[in-house]
Design a protein around this ligand. Sequence first.
Ligand code: MGD
Ligand code: MGD
Ligand code: MO
Length: 651
Amino acid sequence: FKAPVEHPFTAGKLCDKMANYPTDVTYSPNRLLHPLKRIGKKGEGKFEEITWEKAIAEINAQLQIIIKEKGGEAILPFSYGGNEGKVQIGAGDNFFSYIGATQLERSICGGAVEAGIMATNGQTTGVLPEDIIHGRYLVLWGTNPVHSNQHLWTIIEKARAKGAKLVVIDPFQSQTAMQADWHIQPLPGTDTALALGLIYVILNEKLQDQEYIDKYTTGIAELTKHVEQYSPQAVAQITGLNEADITQLAREYAKGSPALIRVLIGLEHQANGASAARAIAMLPALTGAWKQLGGGLMNMTYELFGDALNYQLLDTPEELKNKKNRKINMVQLGKALTSKDLNPAIHAFFVFNSNPAVTMPNQNLVVKGLEREDLLTIVLEHFLTDTARYADYVFPATTALENWDLLTSYGTPYLTFNEPAIEPLGQSKPNTEFFRLLSKAMGFTEKYLYHTDLDIVKSLLDSDKPYLKGITFESLRKTGWAKLNIPEKWMPHTEGNFGKPGGKCKLYDAGQNPPIADYVPFAYSAEDLAQYPLHLLTVKSTKNFLNSTRANHEKHTKKEGKPYLDIHEADAKLRNIADGDELKVFNQRGEVYLTARIKNKVRKGVVCMPQGFWSSLMKGGSSANALTHDLLTDMGGSAALQEARVEVVKV
Ligand SMILES: Nc1nc2c(c(=O)[nH]1)N[C@H]1C(S)=C(S)[C@@H](COP(=O)(O)OP(=O)(O)OC[C@H]3O[C@@H](n4cnc5c(=O)[nH]c(N)nc54)[C@H](O)[C@@H]3O)O[C@H]1N2
Ligand SMILES: Nc1nc2c(c(=O)[nH]1)N[C@H]1C(S)=C(S)[C@@H](COP(=O)(O)OP(=O)(O)OC[C@H]3O[C@@H](n4cnc5c(=O)[nH]c(N)nc54)[C@H](O)[C@@H]3O)O[C@H]1N2
Ligand SMILES: [Mo]
């Protein structure tokens, strides 16, 4: 299984979790190939085989009753990225709109960072990955590309070979931090204060690009006043950093030429996560970094695909647009499934492309919901995940080798074509086919419930938007991938143009609430602070998993090794913990068993563990998210996953 060497971003390399997709997934002996019906207790994992026809008929009968007695909003769909294809991700959208189901707010990955950057820049697409090569001062702010984005790391290494300095800002000594020229290790969730402190130094030492500020930003007077409270001295108190380091970072960054800041998702999972992104996004406008190729801010690229593809068949059909169905944020799934106040309560739950029993916060509450006898749960999957174990019906989904799709990218301007290489194995069917079959069984006749996968792919590419110029279904089918037809040199803000032609970068905006990015820490109760003195981070340090994907595969779990809790030596000593000891990590929401690692990868007062491990395969039956809580971020509706406090004991 090889990636094309001529692809400018992936350049012939695949990451460990995808390199053996056919053997790890499609032909895996553990793959689900037959529909299953539960015969044991919920969660027990006991099922018998059932035919597609019979299972769909039984679900139809139950749904008709739920809709009649409780209404469409008693049905909750739950899905996320899956194989990242537009067609299989969009599966079910029209079906659920049509029956008036509760809508899912899918914002756990990027919602906050997007809201923050939008508030400042009006768009998130900044510097593109290949232009990193031109950067000379690279700041990776809360992201760990050595593990989470290896192709980007390859480009970063090339830039370093040309003399770029690499700074990593992360409360955890990640694999990336270990390789940096300078690892700055603030306390978790204090990035907004750090960014405002850097602005203080830049403005006080007159390191700004005044001409750029005057021409292309609004609110410099308000910002200047606002940052008076964020002197290096004040910021040192908040972040736990040295004053001298804060000043040095501000000076080096302002003089860096070109200077690039990369933010992704790690930064946003804090109560103050959106404000952090909002404040960081101001920095390149203040220094004029945007004027140079490779200078500015780098985040996601989804806007480019919006300006390229024709989403007509995936968008909500016109006649359903006015339906204002209830929305539930995926982050608060546990609450949604267990709340006594929800009217109507959720009685049918459809899951695909996601494994929420592992990946959503407040795991024990999610599980409590999944255990409800009066909840009809349907899961479409490749494997019997921790979520699927609670299903009443499990359906075998096709893998990327067996279905049509079109993949956009989360951080590059490349499109990928996905043509089936083989017929679906066993009785697997695409997510989309499940909803077509269910629509038919329910007697629905609307055309938009029956678009074929191939129709959707063709229609996505049937676009006269400029960025798709020269790319057609036929051409993409031949090449397999294509770069969007964007300008040769992608320098979006050399002359302002924030969000729209002539748009300004908003340092302060009276039209938004709050009008300016401010550091507002999460207010833990005194009891929380006393009982659970350690701040817990749950990160994607799992190189061999994609969130919880592959964490059931022995080959990958073996490579990953034991899940460790990183703890500072002072905190370990206080608790009589030695390196390698078995630990119980706990708080009011749950407990997780881990092995102690005392390598000072975290500061005193902070502990860190990997996310992604399946609870069913862990001692004690819980993993990272048993400790996290379902608090939403300040803006954008993402999860403040890293606002978790715990205590640790040796067991
Ligand atoms: N191997 C592997 N690769 C992956 C994934 C995976 O599970 N495994 N998942 C994919 C997905 S879905 C995503 S969204 C991306 C995410 O990619 P990243 O954003 O790079 O990954 P994270 O581990 O979420 O966070 C990165 C770093 O943010 C740090 N961090 C936590 N809190 C704070 C804070 O308050 N301030 C700062 N400055 N840093 C903080 C963490 O310690 C962590 O080292 O990775 C993708 N790639
Ligand atoms: N504590 C903590 N929690 C986190 C994070 C964190 O950093 N810390 N990160 C968060 C982030 S950024 C994200 S993106 C979420 C991810 O959360 P999830 O979306 O739940 O991610 P995965 O664990 O990758 O689960 C994807 C599932 O979809 C299945 N799948 C893949 N392709 C298909 C398909 O075509 N059809 C069907 N039916 N199924 C398919 C896979 O087998 C897998 O079980 O987790 C979040 N949770
Ligand atoms: Mo994510």
